[in-house]
Ligand binder design. Structure first.
Ligand code: ADP
Length: 714
């Protein structure tokens, strides 16, 4: 009450002097205020009028305005003249929605002061910024008469808009910072990033909570030296990490290094550290600030991809699936699991173990024994039997003890299963002909890796590639069997045909001679045609016989010395080669003496010449050339015929290969001549090559080593 001037307590009206002091010159009516009574009161009034707060004095239970200062006028937007001597409710009914008057009514009864705190008000028309929101700290204080009864109220309002605004700005900034921090922290969590700050001089590392979380620790648990951190790096990676950091520091480059860590719970993870080094004036490293990023998933995905592509290569190159599956299992450990086993159904429907690989080789035997002692129960509602029945993979991300208890058939099995220390497992089926025929089981133990859906997808992909390889292997086996049967047939048929055809020829010759003696020209002519057909048949049979001899490794060679030039001339002039349509030109050097099977080499040259004639129906000559070149002798047979597309060059030497081309269907043959010829050439340490393009004729070259060159046929 001390702060309230006397006149306010007595209920005396405010002095006239007030009226003229308003900055907005309120128009006061004569008699609004009582005349000046004394100087003390004048001074107090003057003080109130100049006070840096909005002040109003209300008198009586109807809150009649007795005094308003200019700031109050400004606050409520009414001139003193409109307010003075009038009840507050009448002139300012809507102030704070009228609640103020109720509060003041109550104060009048209780005599208690009232602190309204910060009240939000729109600025009045007398303000510089009318309509803008402003805040006033409003306190209402009752005044008392000489007997202590409430006789008025002093309203005191301080414009705190600026303070509120600044506070709000600070609050907004704090909120923004908080959001930013939360976003950063979320980003770090999502991106699996944690920060560190290492004081190199005092060897102290400050770990951010995010980084501690990446290493599996609680906030504040990891505050130690660089060495403490290094002890969490995988032992195999420590030297590399240390070298890499030292190199970055000496080259004044940022640190970038990838490594594995062992988390608090013993599991492992891949991290990438990126750091900036700060150097002191003496050039020594003072501080390293940086981040660790958990790159485990990326690394695992890379591993999976690498593993899959390696496995695919292996699967596509081998056609023996037992050994291939073994290789896949070997490859899977330790990349994908600590233990991999592959089981296949045999024709009796029993599961056979095809491959077992364990990270610890000693455990392989042990795992085999385990399987032998407790064979898989095919009626089991889970595991491999279920995978084989349903064709669906099974994933066990986390193998618990309860699961072991539930699946073990007896105590012994349970203790065996427990001793395996399995963390996670997955089983995927291998298919053939639309049926599951086996399964790949992958298990993690020591690595404590937990399989995810991504790993399962990779394992399924692996199994599907293995399935394809198995199908291929089966088809290959079938094809091999069919080929073996064909070769056997060729061998038997050619042997069986040889004798009757030889007899046929002899009889034909005999009958021919008789007809000649009788002068039966027509029969002679027919028989000579027949003989030439029998010759063709003989040649075919001879080829087939040669093929089966080559396949059986029984192609025999006589070894003798002979002159290659002479042999070429002989072949070129032989009636078997020459036909009326083509002239055969031979260009030869001095004699070239070779060691080998003259007849077989002659057979090769004849075959090349016969082809040259056969495949050049529209030309009239074939050129042959014999030359010596360093350690080799070469026979070139050049025709001007249909030629061969280069993409068939390698294949023309394959068994039964004929260029499949509409144009060439018209040429008879079995596709065996070049195969046999190349075999013969190679057995003599030589070879046959071809140089040709479609439509431009061909040159086949028989190359043979000169004595003292490459090994000769024996
Ligand atoms: P064929 O009995 O079919 O002639 P070869 O083994 O001698 O069997 O030849 C294989 C294939 O090579 C032939 O079918 C033919 O398509 C092609 N060929 C061989 N020699 C020639 C050549 N001089 N010109 C064009 N094509 C040839």
């Amino acid at each position: 009450m001390d702060s309230v001037p006397d006149y306010l307590q007595t209920g005396d009206p405010a002095p006239d002097a007030l009226k003229g002091s308003s900055s907005i010159e309120p128009e006061l009516e004569p008699g609004d205020l009582e005349p000046q009574q004394d100087t003390g009161r004048n001074q107090a009034t003057s003080l109130l009028m100049q006070a840096p707060a909005a002040i109003a004095v209300l008198r009586g239970p109807n809150h009649v305005f007795e005094l308003v200062n200019p700031l109050y006028e400004r606050m409520v937007g009414r001139k003193a003249g409109d307010l003075m001597g009038r009840p507050g409710r009448d002139v300012l009914p809507r102030v704070t929605d009228g609640r103020m008057w109720e509060i003041l009514d109550r104060m009048y009864v209780t005599g208690e002061p009232y602190d309204a705190g910060e009240v939000e008000l729109p600025r009045s028309q007398y303000d510089d910024h009318p309509g803008e929101l402003s805040w006033y700290n409003i306190v209402s204080q009752p005044t008392f008469d000489h007997v202590g009864a409430v006789d008025g109220i002093l309203l005191h309002a301080v414009d705190v808009t600026e303070q509120v605004r600044s506070r709000q700005r600070v609050e907004e900034l704090v909120a923004e910072l908080e959001t930013e921090r939360a976003r950063l922290s979320l980003g770090q969590r999502v991106g699996k990033i944690g920060t560190f700050d290492r004081d190199v001089v005092h060897d102290r590392v400050i770990w951010a909570a995010d980084l501690e979380a990446l290493y599996g620790y609680e906030p504040g648990e990891l505050q130690g030296s660089g060495r403490d951190w290094m002890s969490m790096v995988y032992p195999d990676d420590r030297l590399r990490v240390r070298d890499s950091i030292a190199r970055s520091m000496s080259e004044r480059q940022p640190i970038h290094v990838e490594f594995r860590i062992i988390r608090k719970d013993g599991s492992s993870a891949w991290m990438r550290a990126d750091g900036m080094v700060q150097y002191g004036e003496d050039g020594s490293a003072q501080r390293v600030i940086g981040v660790n990023v958990d790159i485990t998933e990326r690394k695992l995905a890379e591993d999976n991809l690498r593993f899959l592509s390696n496995a695919s290569t292996l699967l596509s190159t081998s056609l023996d699936y037992d050994s291939t599956l073994n290789t896949v299992a070997t490859l899977a450990v330790p990349n994908v699991g600590d233990w991999c086993s592959i089981e296949m159904l045999d024709p009796e429907g029993e599961l056979q173990s095809v491959a077992v690989v364990h990270k610890d080789p000693e455990r392989v035997e042990w795992a085999r024994e385990l399987r032998a002692q407790s064979p898989i129960d095919m009626s089991s509602p889970q595991g491999l039997p279920q995978v084989l029945r349903s064709g669906n993979s099974e994933l066990y991300p986390h193998i618990t003890d309860e699961m072991l208890v539930a699946s073990a058939r007896d105590e012994r099995e349970l203790s065996l299963a427990r001793s395996l220390g399995m963390t996670s497992a997955m089983i995927v089926p291998i298919w053939s002909g639309g049926m599951p025929i086996g399964g790949i089981t992958l298990v993690t133990t020591e690595s404590r890796r937990r399989y995810t859906e991504t790993d399962l997808a990779m394992a399924e992909e692996l199994a599907s590639r293995a399935s394809l390889a198995i199908d291929n292997a089966r088809l290959y086996r079938q094809a091999q069997t069919a080929l073996a049967l064909r070769d056997e047939f060729i061998s038997i048929a050619s042997h069986e045909l040889k004798t009757p055809v030889t007899s046929l020829k002899l009889y034909a010759q005999m009958v021919g001679r008789q007809a000649l003696r009788k002068g039966d020209d027509a029969t002679v002519l027919q028989l000579s045609k027949m003989e030439s057909q029998v010759d063709k048949l003989t040649k075919l049979i001879a080829n087939l016989l040669d093929v089966s001899k080559i396949e059986a490794g029984k192609l025999e060679h006589q070894v003798e010395e002979f002159d290659l030039v002479e042999l070429v001339r002989e072949v070129a002039e032989s009636p078997k080669a020459v036909d009326e349509s083509h002239a055969v030109w031979v260009e030869a050097c001095d004699p070239i003496v070779l060691t080998g099977d003259r007849d077989r080499i002659g057979q090769v040259i004849l075959n090349l010449l016969a082809n040259a004639i056969k495949y050049s129906p529209n030309s009239e000559k074939v050129e042959m050339r014999v030359l010596r070149d360093g350690m080799t002798a070469t026979v070139d047979v050049h025709d001007f015929g249909i030629g061969i597309d280069p993409r068939f060059h390698n294949h023309v030497f394959d068994r039964f290969f004929q260029v499949a081309d509409p144009e060439e269907r018209t040429f008879p043959g079995l596709g065996l001549g070049l195969y046999i010829s190349r075999e013969i050439a190679r057995r003599h340490g030589g070879d046959i090559t071809v140089d040709s393009t479609k439509g431009n004729g061909s040159t086949f070259s028989l190359v043979l080593p000169l004595p003292g060159g490459a090994p000769q046929a024996s």
